[in-house]
Design a binder for this molecule. Structure first.
Ligand code: 5GP
Length: 212
């Protein structure tokens, strides 16, 4: 079976959710199986958790370094979340999109709103919901990455994040991971097929016309 590849403009897939809803797992699975999408690695002033690697999970920065990047206009968006600063470096995103690659963003609603102002036509916004508050608490406690007071603070903030769900185009209730992955793949597949993202289409159609 042959499949004609049409040159595509890269899209920006934004995943937001309250902490613990499973966004990191879904992102990891998607990046493993789909070679046309890469992760936007954020900068943060938060301390690394056990097992986190600088440059892979985040670029860990001091508040001063973060402020310099922000003032130099090197961040596509930035926000304060749980008393720490987070931001998306612009350069790697611009580079990937220019090559026709898609970019995955794990950012909060504040960052999504900023991207809507500057890059709305490239955005695909997906909000991941936990199936219930009890399940969210269980997941936050089970991953044992944060002390109990941090878990409690994250539970407190969950509603703040969830209350922004209407700003997203797609909602996935993440109960069974494999089912959520099927939904995420469908979203990506359909969004990649959008006419305005297939920038090689005009050439293809001209060629097609010659053969009619
Ligand atoms: P965590 O500390 O658990 O890694 O992330 C906390 C929250 O910050 C998550 O909701 C995550 O989506 C958000 N976040 C991570 N990186 C960025 C970023 O670059 N920009 C914004 N706006 N939020 C981010």
């Amino acid at each position: 079976m042959s499949e004609i590849a049409i040159q595509r403009r890269g899209l920006m897939l934004v995943l937001s959710s309250p902490s613990g809803a499973g966004k990191t797992t879904l992102s990891r699975l998607l990046l493993e199986e789909d070679e046309n999408i890469s992760m936007s690695v954020s900068v943060t002033t938060r301390a690394p958790r056990d097992g986190e690697v600088d440059g892979r999970d985040y670029f860990f920065k001091s508040t001063e370094e973060f402020g310099l990047m922000r003032n130099r206009g090197e961040l596509l968006e930035h926000a304060k979340v749980f008393d720490n600063y987070y931001g998306t470096p612009s350069a790697p995103v611009d580079e990937a999109l220019a090559k026709g690659r898609d970019v995955l963003f794990d950012i909060d609603w504040q960052g999504t709103q900023q991207l809507m102002e500057t890059a709305n036509q490239h955005l695909v916004k997906v909000f991941i919901m936990p199936p219930s508050g009890q399940e969210l608490e269980k997941r936050l406690t089970k991953r044992a990455l944060d002390p109990p007071e941090v878990v409690a603070a994250r539970m407190d903030k969950a509603w703040n994040e969830i209350s922004h769900y209407t700003e997203y185009e797609y909602i996935i209730i993440n109960d069974v991971v494999e089912e959520s992955m099927k939904k995420l793949r469908s979203i990506l597949r359909a969004e990649r097929l959008k006419r305005e993202r297939q920038i090689g289409l005009a050439n293809f159609v001209r060629g097609l016309q010659q053969t009619l």
